[in-house]
Design a protein around this ligand. Structure first.
Ligand code: XUL
Ligand code: CO
Length: 437
C-alpha cells in the first residue's frame, strides 16, 4: 500500500520521560481511570476540514500547507486519494473517530444531482477505509455556509428555495452518516444569524430554523438513523449574531420549539470564549439540562478576539473540562473532537502529528488529574458541605416545595436574622486544584 506519511511510524505511548516528539507521554489508550480506559473516556476524533482541507490561508495571504497526497484539483479522484491519506494519518495517530462536512470529503458538482453522485463515490472509499481500520464516524454534518447560495443563511434564509436546497443537502448528509454508521450528526448554525436587524425578521427566521430541525428529526426517524443529534453553539462569526449563540440560548431555543428531547449540545472551547464564557461554564449549563453531548476541542488565543481554533495545550483547561464531563457521567455518544488547525507557519505534514499528539496528551492529563481530584474527594465534599443547609430542616422543606413566602417570613421574623454565612474559600480551592497539577 502506498504511504502518504513516509517515515512516520504508528504513534505509541512511551510515558512521561520520553523525549520522542512523535510519542504519547500521557495518553496510554489502555490505561484505566474510573472503570474505563482512556480510549473509551476520551473518544478522540480528527476533523476532516481543518486537517485535510485547510490550505492554511489567512485574509492576508495564500495557503502554505504542504500536502503531497493532494494534487490541488477538485476532482473526485483527488478526493478519494485524500481519504486514503486521511485514514493513514488517523490510523498512525490511533484516533478511533473522525468527523466531516459533506463538502469536505467530496467536491460540489454542476448541480445537486452531480454533487450527490460525487459524494457517493467518496463515501464508498470512506466506508472501505472505515472497515479496513475500524475507525468510526463520530459525527457527520452538512456545510450550509460556504456556497454563495447560503449568503443569507440556510434554514433562516429569506429565500424559501434556499431552505429547500439546504433540506436536500441535510437529507443526503443524514443518509451518508447513516450508511457510515455515524455515532452522531451535528447542526452548526453556519450563517443562521444576521448582519443587521434592519433587514431581518428575527421571529420568522427562528421559526424556520426550528421547522428545519423538526424536518431533520422526522427524516432521521424515517431512515432509522440511530445517531445522536447535536446543536453546536457559537455567538458570532461569520454573522454578527448567530441564533445558536451559547449553550443557554440553544437550550432555550430547543425548549421553546419542542426539540429538547431530540438534540444535545456539541460544545466548542473557542466558541465558549467568543461568547464571553469559559468552556466549563458551557459544559455545566448543558450538563445541568441533561444535554451535554460532545465537545469540539480547541482553544482560542487570549490576545486575539476571533475563532483561532488552536489545539488545546493547557492542562488547567482540560482538567476543568474533564471534571465537568466526569461529573455528568462522561461522553456517551460524543467524543473529544479536535476542531482545531495548525498555524499557517506550521505547514509540514508532521506538524499535524505534533498538534494532535499534544492535544491528546493534554486531554489525557486533564482526565487523570480530574479523576485524582474526584478520588481525593475534598473538592466535592467542600461543595456538598457548602449546601448543607439544604439537606435537612428548612432547606429541605423549600426544595420539596412544602413552604410559602408567609411561612418563611414568619420564621425569619421569629429568628430576626439569617444564620451567618461561611467563607466560599475560593483561594483555598484554587490551591487545592494546583496540588494535582
Ligand atoms: C465553526 C465550527 C464548525 C462546526 C461544524 O466554527 O466549529 O466547524 O464544528 O460545522
Ligand atoms: Co466546531
Amino acid at each position: 500500500m502506498k504511504t502518504h506519511f513516509p517515515g512516520i511510524k504508528p504513534v505509541v505511548y512511551e510515558g512521561p520521560r520520553s523525549k520522542n516528539p512523535l510519542a504519547f507521554k500521557h495518553y496510554n489508550p489502555d490505561e484505566r481511570v474510573e472503570g474505563k480506559t482512556l480510549k473509551e473516556h476520551l473518544r478522540f476524533s480528527v476533523v476532516y476540514w481543518h486537517t485535510f482541507r485547510n490550505a492554511l490561508s489567512d485574509p492576508f495571504g495564500a495557503g502554505t500547507a504542504i500536502r503531497p497526497w493532494d494534487d490541488g484539483s477538485n476532482s473526485v479522484k483527488n478526493a478519494q486519494t485524500r481519504v486514503r491519506a486521511a485514514f493513514e494519518f488517523m490510523e498512525k495517530l490511533g484516533a478511533p473517530f473522525y468527523a466531516f462536512h459533506d463538502r469536505d470529503v467530496a467536491p460540489e458538482g454542476k448541480d445537486l444531482r452531480e454533487t450527490n453522485k460525487n459524494l457517493d463515490a467518496v463515501v464508498k472509499v470512506l466506508k472501505e477505509e472505515q472497515q479496513r481500520t475500524g475507525i468510526r464516524l463520530l459525527w457527520g454534518t452538512a456545510n450550509l455556509f460556504s456556497h454563495p447560495r447560503y449568503l443569507h443563511g440556510a434554514a433562516t434564509s429569506c429565500n424559501a428555495d434556499v431552505f429547500a436546497f439546504a433540506a436536500a443537502q441535510v437529507k443526503k448528509a443524514l443518509e451518508v452518516a447513516h450508511e457510515l454508521g455515524g455515532a452522531g450528526y451535528v447542526f452548526w448554525g453556519g450563517r443562521e444569524g444576521y448582519s443587521t436587524l434592519l433587514n431581518t425578521d428575527l421571529k420568522r427566521e427562528q421559526e424556520h430554523l426550528a421547522k428545519f430541525l423538526h424536518l431533520a428529526v422526522d427524516y432521521k426517524k424515517r431512515i432509522g438513523f440511530q445517531g445522536q443529534f447535536y446543536i453546536e453553539p457559537k455567538p458570532k462569526e461569520p454573522t454578527k449574531h448567530q441564533y445558536d449563540s451559547d449553550a443557554a440560548a440553544c437550550l432555550n431555543f430547543l425548549r421553546q420549539f419542542d426539540l429538547l428531547s431530540h438534540l444535545k449540545l456539541n460544545l466548542e472551547t473557542n466558541h465558549a470564549t467568543l461568547a464571553g464564557h469559559t468552556m466549563q461554564h458551557e459544559l455545566e449549563v448543558a450538563g445541568a439540562a441533561g444535554a451535554l453531548g460532545s465537545i469540539d476541542a480547541n482553544t482560542g488565543d487570549e490576545l486575539l478576539g476571533w475563532d483561532t481554533d488552536q489545539f488545546p495545550t493547557s492542562v488547567y483547561l482540560t482538567t476543568q473540562i474533564m471534571l465537568t464531563i466526569l461529573k455528568y457521567g462522561g461522553l456517551a455518544t460524543g467524543g473529544v473532537n479536535f476542531d482545531a488547525k495548525v498555524r499557517r507557519e506550521s505547514f509540514e505534514p508532521v506538524d499535524l502529528f505534533h498538534a494532535h499528539i499534544g492535544g491528546m496528551d493534554t486531554f489525557a492529563r486533564g482526565l487523570k488529574i480530574a479523576a485524582a481530584i474526584r478520588k481525593d474527594g475534598r473538592l466535592a465534599e467542600f461543595v456538598r458541605q457548602r449546601y448543607g443547609s439544604w439537606d435537612s430542616g428548612r432547606g429541605a422543606q423549600i426544595e420539596r416545595g412544602q413552604t410559602s413566602f408567609g411561612e418563611l417570613e414568619a420564621a425569619m421574623l421569629k429568628q430576626g436574622e439569617a444564620a451567618p454565612n461561611v467563607s466560599g474559600r475560593q483561594e483555598y480551592l484554587e490551591n487545592l486544584i494546583n496540588e494535582f497539577l
